[in-house]
Design a protein around this ligand. Structure first.
Ligand code: GTP
Ligand code: MG
Length: 542
């Protein structure tokens, strides 16, 4: 039977690189064991590729007494291994070499010191046959050696006997987990000489049924007898094919990479297959939760308080700048509502210290936390467990910086609202002119009053119509001053409202930006990592 080979798809090199990348991306997010196993596969694959590719390492594995050593001797054509009656017999692996030149480093890597040349080379040149200890051994060292070599060899020949072929330990511990290694697995039913001919087929059928259950449909199953030599030619022919092919090593590594990538994926969704949300691991974050976050941050940052202070502060300063000079000074005794929040012009990014906007209440803070959680949940929806957890964690990762960052943008964004409109200055000049007229009128009338009191002759009094000019100046100045003040107040009220609206909008934009930077960007980064991971896993799976 030919080794099944994929004609298309990425090369082993590319898949190996993808596995390494997926492993690095998954580290710290996926369970440590899975990541370590994938790393080990990548390391092993790298090592095997550096060693002789001219040799094919085939291991005879199986339970004690199944006849591994007997088969090993039969294939080698020499009594290399002890075949015993006391079980278990073989305690360390040994190798038979068919043209073993250059296989030294490979066997060193396999940690198999006992090496023997096989009887005759023939068409098996390049075969390195390993006789393993028993996998189900009462000796731990046997099991460890088997487990190690089962991971390292190119082709696995599982030797079973008619009594123990259904052994649960073999199927559950080895065959089922190696279902992905179909292309490099062979099953040999040994000792068929001990069965009546009619029972052999029944036994083979049953064995095949079990292997199908293990996910090993289609693997070669051979009936042999190490004692009589029955079926040995078929086994030899199959091995000769694998050896000539020189591809088992890459088929083995390919299966390893596929299996490791499958474990990294943890579930089907991680492979980039469409998930429940149809997001297909594209790294996109569903919208929606973003607005809730901005809203919660605005409220917690005291935006309504600041906006009200902007309007009130504007009116306050307008009165100080444009009010009636007779009464405006009284305003100075009242504090500027915006300055009271320590928001003033000239506050830049470099200003240290916080505004005096009241700190967020417990309920407001809780609302922010809920909004952050909602962002995390929405982004994590439909992702496999560990990645969902990583995304949720990413949403929270910079939450501690939010309060200060939001306060900073509140300070810098609202500081613009303290700018003085130019008309205030013009109105101020006008107010003082009008006030000057009032003073002039008062002074004039005062002089007239004094002259009258002293019975001095009255100078001629110019009039505007019937009313004397000093009176016009005094009363006109007073009325005009008050009217200008009232008109300015109205304008300031409208200006304050407009400013408050603009500030509210600017604050919202700036706070949304903070939310994006500190909450959404980490989430997006994690989703991008997940997208790269799924892509790498897909490539690695081949
Ligand atoms: N009848 C019969 N007996 C066999 C056959 N193959 C092996 N045996 C016998 O089965 C017993 C175990 O053989 P081994 O080759 O030592 O078995 P093993 O799998 O190497 O056993 P461990 O080294 O303990 O793991 C020996 O007594 C062999 O003679 C066979 O094909 N037919
Ligand atoms: Mg043995």
């Amino acid at each position: 039977m030919k080794v099944l080979r994929r004609k298309e798809g990425p090369s082993l090199d590319v898949r190996l690189a993808a596995l390494v990348e997926a492993t690095e991306l998954g580290a710290g997010r996926l369970p440590d064991g899975v990541v370590a196993a994938a790393r080990e596969v990548a390391g092993r694959a790298g090592a095997r590729r550096e060693l002789s590719l001219e040799h094919t390492v085939v291991a005879l594995a199986g339970a004690t007494g199944s006849g591994k050593s007997s088969l090993y001797n039969a294939l080698a054509g020499r009594q290399l291994a002890d075949v015993g009656v006391t079980r278990p017999t073989t305690s360390t692996a040994q190798a038979a070499l068919w043209d073993g030149d250059g296989a030294g480093p490979l066997l060193d890597w396999l940690e198999v010191p006992h090496r023997h040349p096989a009887g005759e080379t023939g068409d098996l040149a390049g075969l390195v046959l390993l006789d393993l200890p028993d996998h189900d051994s009462i000796r731990l060292s046997h099991r460890l050696e088997v487990d190690r070599l089962v991971r390292q060899v190119d082709v696995l020949v599982w030797v079973v006997d008619p009594q123990k072929y259904a052994d649960a330990a073999l199927h559950e511990r080895y065959l089922r987990p190696l279902a992905g290694h179909r292309d490099v697995t062979v099953v040999v039913l040994n000792q068929v000489d001990r069965l009546p001919p009619a029972a052999v087929d029944r036994c083979l059928d049953d064995l095949r049924r079990l292997l199908d259950g293990d996910g090993l449909t289609g693997v070669p199953v051979l009936a042999v007898s190490a004692r009589t030599g029955q079926g040995l030619d078929d086994l030899r022919g199959l091995l000769a094919e694998r050896v000539a092919d020189r591809r088992s090593w890459s088929a083995r590594l390919s299966a390893d990479v596929t299996t490791a990538a499958g474990h990294l994926a943890t579930d089907p969704q991680a492979t980039g297959e469409p998930d429940a949300t149809g997001r297909e691991g594209t790294g996109k974050r569903p919208g929606g939760a973003e607005r809730g976050l901005t809203e919660a941050l605005c409220v917690a940052a005291g935006v309504p308080v600041v906006v009200e202070a902007v309007a009130k502060g504007h009116r306050h300063r307008a009165v100080v700048a444009t009010g009636w000079p007779v009464t405006r000074w009284l305003r100075r005794f009242r504090p500027d509502p915006l300055r009271r929040l320590r928001i003033e012009a000239g506050r830049g990014e470099d200003v240290v210290g916080r505004t005096s906007v009241p700190a967020a209440s417990g309920a407001q803070r809780a609302r922010v936390e809920t909004a952050i959680r909602d962002v995390g949940e929405a982004a994590a929806d439909g992702l496999p467990g560990p990645w969902a957890a990583a995304v949720r964690q990413a949403a929270r990762s910079r939450a501690g910086e939010l309060t200060d960052a939001v306060d900073r943008v509140v300070a810098t964004t609202s500081a613009g609202a303290t700018r003085r409109p130019r008309w205030w200055r013009a109105v101020n000049v006008l107010q003082w002119l009008v006030f000057g007229a009032l003073l002039a009128g008062a002074l004039w009338l005062g002089v007239l009053f004094a002259m009258d009191y002293l019975r001095l002759p009255q100078p001629p009094l110019p009039t505007a119509g019937e009313v004397p000019w000093p009176t016009v100046l005094l009363l006109g100045g007073a009325v005009a001053g008050v009217l200008i003040a009232l008109a300015s107040r109205l304008a300031a009220w409208l200006g304050g409202r407009r400013r408050a609206r603009r500030t509210a909008k600017a604050l919202r934009t700036a706070i949304a930006q903070v939310g994006r930077e500190l909450v959404l960007e980490p989430v997006d980064a994690e989703l991008a990592t997940y997208a790269r991971f799924t892509e790498a896993v897909t490539v690695a799976r081949g």
